[in-house]
Every structure is written in structure tokens, then in C-alpha cells.
Design a protein around this ligand. Structure first.
Ligand code: PSV
Ligand code: MN
Length: 424
């Protein structure tokens, strides 16, 4: 299914009057509205190929139907999102779930949907059919060199696929770790992992980046070999200038101050990528901004402040991606909601009165500092986000149009009710 331009235009013309009134009201108090709108219009958030199907837990999976069964259909789904919001113009592939049959065809399809290829993801957390060695006890950390080599070779193969497609980054997330005290020698596990990563790093093309993603727990529950930002930063620093830390919001211990982590990584020039989601308990992979919207805003506040301090381009300076799972919602609706929440937080961060905040900080005026941040957080910036969409040819209300056009019903008709997306 495709969303046609006339359908978006019809939808927008029906909502235009109300939208314009809200935008005019908001703009009275926001002198920099135009600047914010153009930054929002430029901002793109990649969609991972594995987020298009229904997620699940170890207790079950309840498919909603019409799931994409091939890489081509996954790209079609992201094309639909991008047509609706013009903010999801990139796809992040996971190998071996998404090995392209024909690079040229896949590239042509991406161009048709206006998509680029975001970071490539390797997978050494599952065993694949026909694989010589098992990752049961880790991959790059493994005590057996043959297993480590298999993991390294796989990552190099992922880079090769990415080069063919025009990607320029590799995200390495390792599930390596241990589930019981005494199982691992921490130093040996670190050294083995570092050496393996170094071999992969040596195979990176000169214009590529490597993102080292950390995670505190799961699937190992006693130790994780890239368990926090300190460990990731150690690897990234030892690897070299093309290696960066990747922050996934769900990968911290409860109540971690992620905004502070982000600030310091940016200061060190070592923040490379970002995976958005939200959580209440663990790596819950819920819709961005659905549980802790204030935290999302505070993170964006540090991102904008830190990137501006370094003169970084907000759109291209970091790899932005949603890494969520959808157990009870339509995956496409959920992704539209995540993108909207991210855009809102970004817009609010752009509106923070930095001069006033700096002054209040310098005077230790704690109450004023809080007022400045909360004043912005409580501003309803949705008309600015909608205006950015309108100008880009997207829908004023993407979710509303998704439902009106019966996108899911159409996909079920085309693909069937019992399709299952490849991935987790
Ligand atoms: C691991 O939990 C993770 O966040 C990594 O980014 C993986 O590649 C992705 O989820 C999919 O399993
Ligand atoms: Mn992730």
C-alpha cells in the first residue's frame, strides 16, 4: 500500500484552519518559531527493521496481522511512516535477519520511499542455522578463539553488506556476560572483547563509525561485558576515533541519570548513537515518551546544549533511532507515536532559554533553574511539530490519517493475517 499525496492534501486541508489558529497563538510568544520549525523539518529518526512486527515476551506473542515478511515489505512499512510524517527517512538493518538478495534492487526501493540506510546491526546474540560455534557462553568475550573469530567475521560481513547499501556505521551490541558469580574472569572477558572489537574496527572503511552499545542486564543477569557507559567508553577510547558509545534509553539500571551520561559523553566527543524507547522497570522497549516524558525532555535538553557547544549538526551529528517493541499496539501506530514524542522533546529543548538558565545557574538560583526548564516542558509545542510536517508534505495528524486510510486493514488484505516479521 502507498499513501498518495492527494490523500495527505485532503487530510491537511480539513485540519488546516484549526492548526493555523493554534500555531498563530503559540508563535506570539516564540520569536524563534521559524528557526525551530526548520530544525524540526530536517530532523530524521531511523526505524529499525525489527520494530515493524509485533513484539513479544517469553510468555507469548500476539500478532496483529499484516506484518512485513520480507526486507522489501519492511521498507514499504517505513515508507508509509515516512510519507505520513516525513521524519522517518532511514532504515536500520539487522544481519542476518535482513540480508538483501540484490543490493541494487534494495537501493532502488529505498530511493523510491525516500529512505537512506542507517547504522547496520550485527547479531552474535543468537545462534543461526548451520553456524559452526555456539554463542551460548558469549561471542567476542568467549574463552575459545574460534568462537571469537566467528563473531569477528560476522561483523566484518555486516560491514560489507552496509558498504554495498551506502550505510556508514556499524552498531555492535553484545549480549556477552555471565549469569553467575565466578563464571567469568572479568579482565579476560574484557580483553578478549577488546581484541575482537579491534579486529572489526580494523575492517571499518575510513568514513565509517562504530557504535558500541551497552546494556546493564539481559540476557545475562550477573554481569554484562559491555554493561554501562563507562565500559563502552573504555572500549571506544581504546579502539580509536571512529568508535563511539551508543546510548539505548532502556539499557540502564533503574533511575540512572541518563541526561548526565549524555552530557559527559558529548563533552568527550564520544557519543555516537541513540536508541529511543521508554521503560518503567527494565528494558521494556515501550513507546518513547510514554512513561517518562520529562526525562526525555531533559535528555534532549542536554543533547541540544552539548551539540551546540561543539557546533554539531543536530540532524547528522548523531545516529538517531527508535529501538522499541510493540506487544499490544499496532507497530506502525506505536512508531508514529514515538516519532511524535521525540519531536516534541526536541522542539521543547530548542526552546529552552539558555541565556536565562546559564545566569540562574551562575547565581545558584535553583528555583529559577527549575522554573525555566519546566516552563518550556509545559509548553504545548505540538503546533510547531505539525507545521514542520505540513511544510515537508506530511500529514498534520499522522496517526489520525493512518486510521482513516485503514492502513493496517489494507496491509492485512495484501499480506494476510498470519504473517510473521523476521527478527526478535
Ligand atoms: C538489545 O536489547 C538491543 O537494544 C540492541 O540494539 C539490539 O540490536 C536490538 O535491541 C534488537 O535486539
Ligand atoms: Mn538498542
Amino acid at each position: 500500500m502507498r499513501v498518495e499525496k492527494y490523500q495527505i492534501d485532503d487530510h491537511n486541508s480539513q485540519l488546516q484552519g484549526k492548526h493555523q489558529r493554534k500555531l498563530d497563538n503559540l508563535s506570539v510568544d516564540i520569536p524563534q518559531a521559524e528557526e525551530v520549525i526548520s530544525k524540526l523539518a530536517a530532523f530524521q529518526i531511523a526505524i529499525p527493521s525489527w520494530a515493524l512486527g509485533t513484539g513479544g515476551t517469553r510468555f507469548g506473542r500476539f500478532s496483529g496481522g499484516g506484518e512485513p515478511g520480507s526486507l522489501e515489505e519492511k521498507m514499504e512499512d517505513i515508507g508509509l511512516l515516512h510519507a505520513l510524517n516525513q521524519s522517518s527517512g532511514a532504515i536500520s538493518l539487522h544481519i542476518p535477519w535482513d540480508i538483501p538478495q540484490n543490493y541494487q534492487d534494495i537501493k532502488a526501493l529505498a530511493a523510491q520511499h525516500g529512505l537512506s540506510f542507517d547504522a547496520m546491526n550485527s547479531n552474535t546474540f543468537q545462534d543461526q542455522a548451520g553456524q559452526a560455534h555456539s554463542y551460548k557462553f558469549g561471542s567476542m568475550q568467549h574463552v575459545d578463539k574460534a568462537v571469537r573469530k566467528q563473531a569477528v567475521d560476522h561483523n566484518i560481513e555486516v560491514i560489507r553488506h552496509g558498504v554495498e547499501l551506502g550505510s556508514d556505521a556499524l552498531t555492535v551490541w553484545l549480549s556477552d556476560g555471565s549469569s553467575f558469580p565466578g563464571q567469568l574472569n572479568f579482565r579476560k572477558a574484557f580483553q578478549n572483547t577488546l581484541e575482537s572489537l579491534q579486529e572489526v574496527y580494523a575492517a571499518l572503511p575510513s568514513n565509517w563509525k562504530m557504535f558500541v552499545e551497552y546494556k546493564a542486564f539481559e540476557p545475562n543477569f550477573y554481569s554484562t561485558t559491555v554493561g554501562d557507559w563507562g565500559q563502552s567508553l573504555l572500549y571506544a577510547s581504546k579502539l580509536g576515533e571512529k568508535a563511539y558509545t551508543l546510548v539505548d534509553l532502556g539499557h540502564h539500571l533503574p533511575n540512572a541519570n541518563i541526561e548526565q551520561i549524555v552530557s559527559l559523553l558529548l563533552m568527550e566527543g564520544k557519543l555516537g548513537g541513540f536508541h529511543f524507547n521508554d521503560s518503567k522497570y527494565g528494558d521494556d522497549d515501550l513507546t518513547a515518551g510514554s512513561i517518562k516524558p520529562y526525562q526525555l525532555f531533559l535528555i534532549f535538553n542536554e543533547l541540544v546544549e552539548g551539540m551546540d557547544a561543539k557546533g554539531m549538526d543536530h540532524t547528522t551529528g548523531l545516529g538517531w533511532m527508535i529501538d522499541a517493541s510493540h506487544n499490544v499496539k499496532d507497530p506502525l501506530e506505536d512508531l508514529l507515536q514515538s516519532v511524535e514524542a521525540i519531536m516534541i522533546a526536541y522542539a521543547q529543548a530548542l526552546l529552552v532559554d539558555r541565556k536565562a538558565l546559564n545566569e540562574a545557574q551562575a547565581q545558584n538560583d535553583v528555583a529559577r533553574c527549575q522554573e525555566i526548564l519546566q516552563e518550556t516542558f509545559r509548553t504545548d509545542v505540538r503546533p510547531l511539530v505539525a507545521e514542520a510536517r505540513l511544510r515537508g508534505g506530511a500529514a498534520l495528524q499522522p496517526l489520525e490519517l493512518f486510521r482513516k486510510l485503514k492502513v493496517r486493514e489494507n496491509l492485512i488484505q495484501e499480506r494476510g493475517l498470519k504473517t510473521v516479521a523476521t527478527g526478535l
